[in-house]
Design a protein around this ligand. Structure first.
Ligand SMILES: Cc1cc2nc3c(=O)[nH]c(=O)nc-3n(C[C@H](O)[C@H](O)[C@H](O)COP(=O)(O)O)c2cc1C
Length: 192
């Protein structure tokens, strides 16, 4: 007989991100983050390759990265509004964790499966933070897709890239949930 876990199921049926712009201090301490990171690293991982790693960005690092985004966005010739959006995402944050995809060279596990595993880390990190009572959000942005920014600002090695920048903090208000998928419309039942 299956042994249900109603509390876990209730969490999954009601969980939702909190927009990064409404997250503020206090943020989890390093000690409080440890179980959250441990939960996030407990994901399906074909071949046990661990094709991901974490970079925990505390306030001073986010301020430094916001300044780098300003110069980098201008150097890239991006639309100023887009630059500012990326800059403020970092400048307003008190804590964010970059989940870095670290591709492993192996013939047994295609890279796409390693990338999917990195996505699982991102979602589990959001969920573990939410389950611990924090607000959390999975963002990226033009800076996280820019190799030069990631090399200079985050010290990423060749081939590494940011799968998600997970913002974590205290929510300052509770915005309404968004409409959720119609399960009947996206599900096909096959019995023959
Ligand atoms: C890979 C990925 C990247 C994302 N990047 C952004 C982003 O840069 N900016 C943004 O506003 N939302 C971004 N989102 C969407 C947010 O995470 C969004 O708030 C999320 O869909 C909320 O879903 P939930 O409430 O079910 O957790 C991204 C989502 C994913 C999966």
């Amino acid at each position: 007989m299956p042994v249900p876990n109603p509390a876990a199921m209730e969490f999954f049926l009601t969980r939702r991100s909190r927009p990064a712009k409404i997250l503020r201090a206090p943020v989890p301490t390093r000690e409080e983050l440890e179980p959250i990171l441990t939960a996030a690293a407990r994901v399906p991982d074909h071949g046990k390759l661990e094709p991901w790693r974490f970079i925990v960005l505390e306030k001073a690092a986010l301020t430094r990265l916001a300044m780098l985004a300003e110069t980098r966005g201008a150097a890239m010739g991006l639309d100023p509004d887009r630059v500012i959006k990326g800059v403020m995402q970092l400048a307003d944050a008190d804590l964010a964790i970059a989940v870095v995809h670290v591709p492993r060279t192996t013939e047994k596990v295609p890279e796409i499966e390693q990338i999917l595993s990195a996505g699982a880390v991102c979602l589990t990190l959001v969920n573990a933070a939410l389950a611990s009572g924090w607000g959390a959000s999975w963002l990226t942005g033009w800076h996280m897709h820019d190799g030069e920014f990631c090399r200079e600002g985050l010290g990423l090695a060749e081939g590494e890239w940011v799968a998600g920048l997970i913002h974590i903090g205290t929510e300052t208000n509770t915005p309404p949930d968004r409409p959720r998928p119609d399960i009947a419309a996206i599900t096909t039942w096959v019995n023959e």
